[in-house]
Ligand binder design. Sequence first.
Ligand code: ADP
Ligand code: MG
Length: 320
Amino acid sequence: MALGEFELIRRFFDRPTTGLVKGIGDDCAVLAPTPGHQWLVSTDMLVEGRHFLSTVSPQRLGHKALAVNLSDLAACGATPRAFFLALALPRADAAWLEGFAEGLFALADQHGIALAGGDTTAGPLNICITVMGEAPAGTALLRSGARAGDDIWVSGTLGDARLALEVFRGNVTLPGEGLDLCRTRMESPTPRVALGQALRGLATSAVDVSDGLLGDLGHVLSASGVGATLQVDALPRSAPLAAQPQVLQRLCTLTGGDDYELMFTTPPERRAEVGGAVARSGTSVKHIGRIEAEPGLRLVDAQGQAVAAPGPSFDHFREA
Ligand code: ADP
Ligand code: MG
């Protein structure tokens, strides 16, 4: 007998939870905020063929669907509390669902976040997750607070997912080890949740780099009404990317998508505190530029010479 809708939910998604007044099984989930906190809520959808290739394992897909949402909570400095899963499936394939749930809940458990509800329907594979997090009232990190003179920082390394994509497109070949690293970065990103929380009360602005650094920094600059100079040779790169021609390195670090690193700004007199936040969160960060009053984004190399932007960041409705 084929797996029915409610049997599917019960078997793969309804698990014992803590931190919810009421989870799966009613018409609404019921959640109580911690007194004095605000909710931070975000939704991200993954569509087959657009956000992931059909070759990705269901485990990695489950991980990534939640990871990209947790990355948005991280950007705002939120503590994850609960998530909702809206799933369209071409068929109720138990082996696929088992893998998907395994990847999903492994990451959920790492962050102590409960699946509180969702919706399940037949249709082309589509995964939509909504996450809810919280932060003490007034402490959410926003894109709008960057001020002239602020330092610009980015976590981890940039451009690895884009490099993996170039390999899958047949434009680049990488040795096995380098390909494993970049493929893992593309299929199984690490949301910088602890770093985001450590930056509450310290960062003047923050954003997660999901559509390419140039575009995401551009959002911060316009929301904050400022400009910036970015040191392109200071952008953090993995070993496999650092071994590529400079033009490809710049393309990947500046415009590649799917990095899920945090870019944030802090006042220059608080550098020592950035060091403390970084140490507490166990995430590396690198200083990559400065916010300026003059509008616009200026790219310079290690010698201070102007560098041209390698092209626009990703936009779903403006693809080349
Ligand atoms: P309704 O008919 O009220 O929309 P459903 O029949 O769609 O409710 O879902 C029944 C219960 O199962 C609800 O509590 C809903 O939140 C939960 N649910 C449905 N699909 C999922 C899913 N993919 N993951 C987690 N919970 C789900
Ligand atoms: Mg429903």
